[in-house]
Write a protein that binds this ligand. Structure first.
Ligand SMILES: [Zn+2]
Length: 417
């Protein structure tokens, strides 16, 4: 059997450089609404990927709609996505995907990367997912230096809105799913040991806008229709769904509404998230939510309108087969133990799987405390994980792994709302 690990030697000298790239990227704030920061980041990434020689595009994304505090929808602009495509007509064609935005607001106190020890960086987005961008870049550099470059087509897609559910990138993700044969996503591993995500639950975000009738609380309260109370009723009913239905959780996260204490409020908004184990549960809970909306709307003097949807349908490890087996085999050759565990978290891998693209989505770095001011990256994992993805790419390019069958298209693509 040919030993393809010989083609990974380039990576032995890349550790310091990759760490430096992560530092420079993570020192740039890229909250999903920080358009200036995202524009700077897109430029940095374009420069870093340019030597690969692919066709590079900064893709304009459409704004997305959000329900504001007045119960209306507002249009919200987003940053650009970076696309790099090379060897367009080679097969198989691989999508390499990750996001440049982070959860840290523009005003966050957590803005700079710090070298905690020789093998540990602490900083905003070092692990989720700027470390993953470095892993992806290094894996592609290795492939392109190998004698098999040109046998494998690839497309890089780095999006600016994943942390808010990819509302503007979704059409782009679906298009990418349709023209690639498999997907590699560089979200961080689930833990410091490097466990990868297997089955992922589905997730939907919703805003329920309840309207009633406003009157003076002292003069004619019985003519009023209290939207806050109706919203609270809906919230209790939603919460009960999560308690009563198997495989479904509902988190009522926020209720907005009301003004002065002598005014019966005519507007309230319930914001909630629901997670499901499988497609059947997703359809069932959606029907139950619609029933609750209809119940509130049927009450005299009230209306209720639901916004949002299941933007991330459930994803199974089985849908990616035999890709997980290929990765495990690469892991064996490198002495990396490959394990998959189910998780309740969602990512763009859910959306790509729903669009029919078999994918593995946690090929990024090992680290921890993501989405907190303690987020850290274990820097040894930059080269380690780049070796893993590079070996997979090189073996695919060399024809050492059988081509993947395309999955049947999901009849119900994820909602864009
Ligand atoms: Zn992420």
């Amino acid at each position: 059997m040919a030993n393809f690990t010989d083609h990974l030697k380039y990576l032995n000298s890349q550790g310091d450089r990759l760490r430096g790239l992560v530092e420079s990227w993570a020192n740039t704030n890229t909250a999903a609404d920080n358009l200036a920061g995202l524009a700077r980041q897109a430029e940095l990434l374009r420069d870093a990927f340019a030597p690969l020689g692919g066709e590079t595009t900064l893709v304009d994304l459409p704004p997305h709609e959000r329900v504001d505090a007045a119960g209306g929808t507002v249009s919200v602009p987003v940053g650009h996505a970076l696309s790099v495509v090379k060897h367009l007509h080679a097969r198989p064609h691989v999508l390499l995907c990750i996001h440049m935005d982070t959860v840290y607001p523009t005003s966050s106190t957590f803005q700079r990367v710090e070298r905690v020890t020789s093998d540990r960086l602490r900083g905003p987005g070092v692990t989720d997912a700027k470390g993953g961008i470095a892993v992806m870049l290094a894996a592609l550099e290795t492939l392109e230096r190998s004698p098999f470059a040109g046998n494998l087509g690839w497309e890089v897609l780095i999006t600016p809105d994943e942390e808010i559910g990819s509302p503007s990138s979704l059409p782009l993700l679906r298009e990418a799913a349709s023209r690639n044969d498999l997907g590699l996503l560089f979200e961080p591993a689930l833990d410091e040991a490097g466990t990868l995500a297997g089955d992922r639950r589905g997730s939907g975000n919703f805003s329920l806008v309840v309207r009633g009738r406003s009157v003076h609380a002292g003069r004619n309260i019985s003519d009023g229709r209290n939207a806050v109370i109706a919203a609270a009723t809906a919230a209790r009913m939603l919460d009960a769904l999560g308690r009563e239905l198997k495989g479904i959780t509902v988190n009522v996260a926020r209720i907005e509404g009301g003004s002065a204490v002598n005014v019966v409020p005519d507007l309230a908004i319930v914001r909630f998230n629901t997670r499901v184990d499988d497609a059947e549960s997703m359809q069932h809970v959606r029907r139950c939510i619609d029933d609750i909306v209809a119940d509130i709307s049927a009450r005299d003097g009230y209306t209720a309108a639901l916004h949002g949807g299941f933007n991330s349908p459930p994803k199974t490890l089985a849908s990616a087969m035999p890709l997980p087996d290929y990765l495990a085999d690469c892991g064996r050759q490198l002495g990396i133990d490959i394990r998959f565990l189910p998780t309740g978290g969602v990512c763009d891998g859910n959306k790509l799987a729903a669009a029919g693209l078999p994918n593995i989505d946690t090929l990024g770095v090992r680290g921890g405390a993501i989405h907190s001011n303690d987020e850290f990256l274990l820097t040894d994992s930059l080269v380690e994980r780049a070796r893993l993805s590079a070996l997979l790419l090189v073996r695919l390019a060399a024809g050492d792994l059988p081509p993947l069958p395309r999955n049947a298209r999901n009849p119900e693509p994820p909602s864009s709302r």
